[in-house]
Ligand binder design. Structure first.
Ligand code: PLP
Length: 388
């Protein structure tokens, strides 16, 4: 079946953070601003997800969810079929999303005051989760090479204080959209082992690779890293079901897993029935939808990247994965406040502003291109008029 990603869906009254946030975060509204910030897509998920929920609703009994068995089997099946990655069901811990899973991991494996390493720019919520748990984010800037980032291992070595307990690493990278190379991941694993630092590998975007690209699964690239790693995954970005708040933390090392499970038990959370059902349906029946999605997004990516690159002094990162385009406005002779004003007030386009992604990102912005191409064209027209 051909999926129609151009279908108009009236999302104005769906209580979506993507649109509600326009007012609270940008002082704008849907009438005068195109929302391109939070990482939600404008599309329906695979029909199988909707059908599974409809079946649940017609049954009409919503008690606590029983066994995870079938769910975990679907996770294992997906990791094998999509990533050729063999995992065991017993490595998996079902959590209420990746951010929750990372928060639990911080509490299980570090103490207040410990330093948590991040390579910035990086997904803004990590900073909040670290700070809200009384830990200290320590940023190591990524270095720019051509139109992408690389990890600066020299800088990392130089900056070590001995107080670092955990690295949170984002693979593929949000906001840059980079698929990290095997070499980078192996070096990272070696560094962590040598320095006795755990790796929290956030692979939530691993399915969202463009047709000619493939994700580098950390534990396949760096054998032995399972001793020191927790892997965070979810179907929520892939299939646009973020509101169902369900993810899987994969922990092969039994000692680490038992400590993590203790923290999980301390919080007292049990599975979310709806999230489990939606995720399982997506993993079991969503592969063809995803295939078509990435082709649709590739067209959006090409249009958006080419158009913005034609603007004077605006630099666009090469997108290999994710539907989030990282744009550098720092070569324009304007202040950060002017840049933000031009985007939101003049152009009427609200990307995620760079400032949340780390210290050196004030004059950057991240644009979500997972919308109908018609809307994307509208946004490009407005940006071109403002920044040409
Ligand atoms: C890298 C990354 N990790 C985690 C999340 C959030 O995941 P969850 O909704 O499962 O907490 C996002 C959301 O955009 C993300 O980009």
């Amino acid at each position: 079946m051909i999926v129609n990603f151009d279908k108009y869906i009236d999302n104005r009254h769906a209580n979506l953070s993507k649109f509600e946030g326009l007012k609270s975060l940008y002082g704008a509204s849907q009438d005068n601003c195109i929302s391109m910030w939070v990482a939600d897509m404008d599309f329906n998920p695979p029909q199988a997800v909707i059908t599974a929920l409809q079946k649940e609703v017609s049954h009409g009994v919503f008690g606590y969810y029983g066994t995870n068995k079938s769910f975990l089997n679907s996770v294992k099946m997906w990791m094998k079929s999509r990533h050729d990655w063999d995992i065991s069901e017993e490595w998996c811990s079902v959590v209420h999303g990746v951010n929750t899973g990372i928060g639990m991991g911080l509490r299980a494996f570090s103490e207040p005051g410990d330093e948590i390493l991040l390579f910035s720019p990086i997904y803004y919520s990590f900073f909040n989760t670290i700070k809200n748990n009384g830990r200290v984010p320590k940023e190591i800037p990524l270095k720019k090479v051509k139109d992408q980032y690389e990890v600066d291992f020299n800088e990392l070595e130089k900056r070590l204080s001995g107080k670092e307990k955990i690295i949170i690493f984002c693979s593929p990278h949000n906001p840059g959209g980079k698929i990290w190379s095997k070499e980078t991941l192996v070096t990272l694993a070696e560094f962590s082992k040598e320095n006795n630092i755990l790796i929290f590998m956030d692979e939530i975007h691993h399915d969202l690779t463009y047709p000619d690209k493939a994700h580098t699964t950390f534990l396949k690239a760096a054998p032995g890293a399972e001793e020191i790693s927790l892997i965070f995954t979810a179907a929520t970005k892939t299939f646009n079901i973020a509101g169902c708040h369900t993810g899987t933390t994969i922990i092969p090392n039994p000692k680490l897993r038992s400590k993590y499970d203790q923290e999980h038990a301390a919080i007292g959370k049990t599975p979310n029935r709806f999230g489990m059902i939606m995720t399982e349906a997506a993993y079991r029946k969503g592969a063809e939808w995803l295939h078509q999605l990435m082709h649709y997004l590739e067209n959006n990516k090409n249009i958006f990247t080419t158009s913005l690159r034609s603007l004077n002094n605006v630099k666009v990162f090469d997108l290999e994965s994710t539907y989030l385009v990282w744009v550098d406005f720092s070569n324009l002779k304007i202040t950060q406040a002017e840049m933000e004003n031009m985007l939101i007030k003049e152009a009427g386009v609200a990307p995620s502003l760079g400032t949340g992604f780390g210290k050196n990102s004030g004059k950057f912005a991240r644009f979500n291109i997972a919308c109908r191409t018609e809307i994307l064209d509208l946004a490009i027209g407005r940006l071109t008029k403002t920044f040409l």
